[in-house]
Design a protein around this ligand. Structure first.
Ligand code: SF4
Length: 452
């Protein structure tokens, strides 16, 4: 086992297919259609199973390492895993990296070496070189899963041997178990048992936000009169918020199903709301939180009304470019439904199809209620079938993963990389104009190309 370099400057590569996709390829190819709730009111939901074209959960390290600068993410995986996070994160790294890969060599995979001993040695070296690390995440991968390396036990052992110096946690980012954004869900689940119990009244914002966006939300909630507002993950990995009966959970990201349920299991109440994308979603998200704490309508309006007005003004020029354009979202980031709601209701786009890796009906209830009833939603993926539909529909814009963007661009279809939406500051009324611009830009660029 060797530790791969932790300073990278390679350009963004575009993996065509993850191993996860290959694993799925041979599986069930059936598709079926069901209705979510009353068939006349709710969008129709098609379910597909087949080859997938999505990143694995390792990708979430790209934004998690920036959120918690005192944590280190050590992927226990192969050179492919190292290459993935290197490629996905390479362009994002401007500071000392806080992740690396313990590469399982052939001897480890063949069972000739004691991978646990090597992992212990490697972690010892790492901690000696990097005294600032307070939390070390051992991140499982497909290879570590295949050789059944017990990372939970390894984390326990390493926490014990480095007691008082660092705590070692583990979670899986393997493509066999996770897609793209599920990595954050798994990382938060690893932190959850360390959250102290308390019944203190608090609003807990769950899901990584850009620091500036979070500061803004904190200030706005304070102006509304909310008493205590905390966030998970915290900015310092060791300063975990408490959880208990007085906790009301407000999800900032729509891909945290396991974490949301685990928090409820610890006594918290989940606030049902649309997600804070666009003016409408952000205002409803903030209003739901305020209502959960009994804030009066006037106090809410005093804060929200100017935000809504400014947000709508910022949106207007982008709406002109997006209105009437046909949009196809392929399943990737799990943010597709809230984005589709924003782009159709506030930007006037026509939804050709909305793909989503998996549909959590409870966490999406408020969003589904806002989508036009005729919206075709596709849960899961059979990438070839979806591409056939893209080609026959010829939408104006396709939101998809990196691996599909280039081929579609080559066929003359404008694309937007979904990964960009996860680490761009797009939450809140203040960001609604920027969010719309992210979708307007590829259309503008294609327009220029067509003209020249
Ligand atoms: Fe590929 Fe699996 Fe490693 Fe992800 S975890 S890069 S899918 S081998």
């Amino acid at each position: 086992m060797v530790l791969s370099p932790t300073t990278w400057s390679e350009p963004l590569a575009q993996p065509s297919q993850t191993e996860a996709a290959q694993t799925e390829a041979a599986q069930n190819e059936e598709s079926q259609t069901t209705a979510a709730g009353p068939a006349t009111e709710q969008p129709e939901i098609r379910r597909e199973n087949g080859q997938r074209e999505v990143f694995c959960g390792l990708t979430s390290i790209v934004w998690l390492h920036r959120r918690m600068p005192d944590a280190f993410f050590l992927v226990v995986g192969s050179r492919t895993c190292a290459h993935l996070i290197q490629s996905a994160a390479g362009v994002m790294i401007f500071a000392e990296p806080r992740f690396g890969t313990a590469i399982l060599g052939e001897r480890d995979l063949a069972g000739l070496a004691d991978a646990n001993e090597e992992l212990d040695r490697l972690v010892g070296d790492l901690l000696e070189r990097r005294p600032e690390i307070r939390t070390l995440f051992l991140v499982g991968s497909c290879p570590s899963e295949v050789i059944k390396l017990d990372l939970a036990k390894a984390a326990e052992r390493l926490t014990h041997s480095h007691r008082g110096r660092v705590r070692v946690l583990n979670y899986s980012g393997s493509g066999i178990e996770t897609t793209f954004t599920q990595g954050e869900d798994q990382a938060l689940m690893a932190l959850l048992p360390l959250m102290p119990a308390s019944d203190e009244e608090q609003l807990l914002i769950v899901g990584t936000l850009a620091d500036g966006v979070e500061d803004r939300f904190m200030a706005l909630f304070a102006r509304m009169g909310l008493p205590v507002v905390r966030s998970l993950p915290p900015r310092r990995s060791t300063e975990l918020p408490p959880v208990g009966k007085g906790t009301r959970v407000l999800l900032a990201q729509p891909f945290l199903s396991a974490t949301a349920r685990a928090l409820v299991h610890r006594g918290a109440q989940l606030i049902e709301a649309p997600y804070p994308f666009g003016v409408e979603g952000s205002a409803a998200w903030m209003a739901a939180a305020a209502a959960a704490f009994g804030i009066q309508a006037e106090a809410m309006a005093a804060v929200l009304d100017p935000l809504v007005e400014r947000g709508r003004r910022a949106l207007a020029p982008h709406r002109e470019r997006l209105e009437g354009k046909r949009l196809f979202l392929l399943p990737d980031s799990q943010m597709e439904i809230p984005l589709a709601r924003f782009l159709s209701r506030e930007c006037g786009m026509e939804l050709v199809e909305v793909g989503v890796p998996y549909l959590d009906r409870q966490l999406m209830a408020a969003e589904l209620a806002l989508l036009p009833a005729s919206t075709p939603i596709c849960e899961g993926q059979d990438v070839e079938r979806q591409l056939e539909r893209v080609r026959s529909e010829r939408p104006d814009l396709v939101v998809c993963g990196l691996g599909l963007a280039n081929p579609l661009e080559a066929e003359g279809i404008a694309t937007k990389w979904s990964i960009e939406l996860v680490f761009s500051p797009i939450h809140g009324c203040d960001q609604a104009g920027d969010l719309a611009e992210l979708f307007a830009r590829p259309l503008h660029r294609r327009g220029l190309l067509a003209f020249s």
